[in-house]
Design a protein around this ligand. Structure first.
Ligand code: HEM
Length: 128
């Protein structure tokens, strides 16, 4: 087939910059998610998520150069991630994906991954 990585197919780093920037604009205004983020400045968190996604999808490996093995479940352990947090995370991500408006097949591929990953990050049972 094309031989392009997914990273290249969606337009490279610029696409991930736009996706993650829009996502964090949602987080910044979310009363449930915003308190989970330990830093006042969401910029560094935005950069980590962007670099992780770029690496995951076949782009430069800057994330692991800076952070080592992703170990995402372990890195989320300090934060309360219940189904409520997961669903809000996905809501902001869906809004960001709608904004970058990838071709349907690429959208589906990325979205399927994000839903799976978000489900796997839940680490707290809901208390109803
Ligand atoms: C970090 C919340 C799902 C990737 C973080 C942080 C919080 C958080 C509070 C710490 C901010 C920072 O200092 O970087 C959540 C919540 C989720 C969720 C509430 C809901 C399910 C995901 C998913 C992914 C992801 C699905 C990947 C597809 C990352 C990455 C980091 C991070 C790469 C930075 C890790 C590091 O290098 O330290 N997340 N997250 N998160 N999250 Fe999530």
């Amino acid at each position: 087939e094309s031989g392009l990585t997914f990273y290249e197919a969606v337009g490279g780093s610029e696409t991930f910059v736009r996706l993650v920037r829009r996502f964090y604009q949602g987080v910044a205004n979310d009363p449930v998610l915003r308190p989970l983020y330990p830093e006042e400045d969401l910029g560094p968190a935005e950069e980590r998520l962007r670099l992780f996604l770029i690496q995951y999808w076949g782009g430069p490996r800057t994330y692991s150069d800076q952070r080592g093995h992703p170990r995402l479940r372990m890195r989320h352990a300090p934060f309360r991630v219940g189904t409520r947090e997961r669903d809000r995370w996905l809501e902001h991500m869906r809004a960001a994906m709608d904004e970058i408006a990838l071709p349907a097949e690429l959208d589906q591929q990325l979205w399927q991954y994000l839903v799976m990953a978000a489900h796997s990050m839940v680490n707290t049972l809901d208390e109803t």
